[in-house]
Write a protein that binds this ligand. Structure first.
Ligand code: NAD
Length: 245
């Protein structure tokens, strides 16, 4: 099991939800943190709490992962500040306004979902790879169980998560044992993301136990430190799609 004390962990989308809890789990293990979010104003409080939980040093960076030069900047700033990078956690994600494919008249509203969830993770990863090769580090990505079991009304979200799993499978083949890969596919977790989509997913939410962001964050960091390839939520697809299991 990897000891991450004093190692450097960069987390995107760390201002709330699962990313925030991932930050606290790494902090409890003594890791140094680089917290990235488009809402920089919300990161100061996360940074304070992470320090109080045991992180020896935390830096916060405002950035939009959908912009490639922002991804380059936050990787560079992290390495300039700490001198190394050990784990990159690609967590930032959005779901888009729920709509059926039939009612989707214009995709322009949904390209942002791909830009953040897919291209954001790809860009952060390609800029981080040279540093992760030096540290023999790990890339963690928060995909979703929707990559395997798509939910209605969020087709582009489902596709972005399927694409990310596929991309990281390719990286795993190419990178051999040089860089570790952990792909998390959580089920429904109580966060701002699911609260925003509440009405659309009421039915699904009634049928499954919604996880908490803290248990999800804990499972992800434990698995990453164990070197697991996948972190899944086995109860979720079974409850929601019993005919598929
Ligand atoms: P959340 O909305 O609470 O957190 C997402 C964070 O990402 C926010 O702090 C937000 O400001 C940040 N963010 C959004 N766009 C960004 C951008 N362009 N650049 C930088 N930061 C940006 O949502 P969450 O539920 O904690 O989601 C975290 C990840 O977990 C996402 O990738 C999501 O798809 C995934 N996920 C969530 C669930 C769930 O049920 N909540 C399930 C499976 C997977």
């Amino acid at each position: 099991k990897e000891n991450v004390a004093n190692k450097v962990v960069l987390i995107t989308g760390a201002a709330s939800g699962i990313g925030e809890q991932i930050a606290y789990e790494y902090a409890r293990r003594g890791a140094k943190l680089s917290l990235v979010d488009i809402r920089k104003e919300n990161l100061a409080a996360v940074s304070d709490k992470a320090r109080s939980l045991g992180s020896p040093d935390v830096t916060i960076i405002g950035a939009d992962v959908s912009k490639p030069h922002d991804c380059k900047r936050f990787v560079d700033e992290t390495v300039n500040y700490f001198g190394r990078l050990d784990h990159l956690v690609n967590n930032a994600g959005i779901s888009g306004r729920p709509v059926t494919v039939e009612n989707m008249r214009d995709v322009s509203e949904y390209t942002a979902v791909m830009d953040v969830n897919f291209w954001g993770a790809v860009n952060a990863t390609i800029y981080a790879i040279p540093h992760l090769k030096i540290s023999k580090g790990r890339v963690i990505v928060i995909a979703s169980v929707c990559a395997w079991f798509p939910l209605p009304l969020i087709s582009i979200y489902n596709a972005s998560k399927g694409a990310i799993v596929n991309f990281f499978e390719t990286l795993r083949m190419e990178a051999g044992s040089g860089i570790g890969i952990t792909i998390a596919t959580p089920g429904l977790v109580k966060t701002e993301l699911t609260l925003r989509a509440k009405c659309e997913f009421q039915d699904a939410m009634r049928r499954v136990r919604m996880g908490s962001a803290s248990e999800c964050g804990k499972a992800i960091v434990e698995s990453a430190c164990r070197g697991d390839m996948y972190v899944t939520d086995p109860s979720w697809p079974k409850a929601l799609f019993p005919w598929k299991i």
